[in-house]
Write a protein that binds this ligand. Sequence first.
Ligand code: THU
Length: 134
Amino acid sequence: MLPEQVVENLKQTARDASANSYSPYSNFPVGAAVLAESGRIYSGTNVENASYGLTICAERAAVAAAVSAGERSIAAIAIYTPTEEPSVPCGACLAVISEFADGIPILLFTEDKQRWYSLNQLLPERFKLKPKET
Ligand code: THU
């Protein structure tokens, strides 16, 4: 169980990130906050592109921010959407999260609803490669 204050910080960070969403094509802002093993929190939002397929999801942006800061292990992630129901991350984002996490808690929330999942629930099986030794 994560401390209540940490959960609140994650939620606030994800909500704040969604306010920066660049989503003029879908009007579907998403905010994500990654809690790294270090205790630091990293945010991401979706960045759309006129060439739709180049769009970057909020979760992947948040993971990239964490990894860019030197993190290699993710302890939890919170994802905010201003929707009726919490929104489940796309499969690509789940795969990217799972590169740095094992069975972590995932909090999906809206303005007034929240649901906890585990990564194992949302992505029960995954593609893995053994990293090459350098
Ligand atoms: N999106 C995310 O940011 N995360 C997901 O897991 C699914 C979808 C974004 C991409 C696009 O900008 C908008 O939501 C609608 O698909």
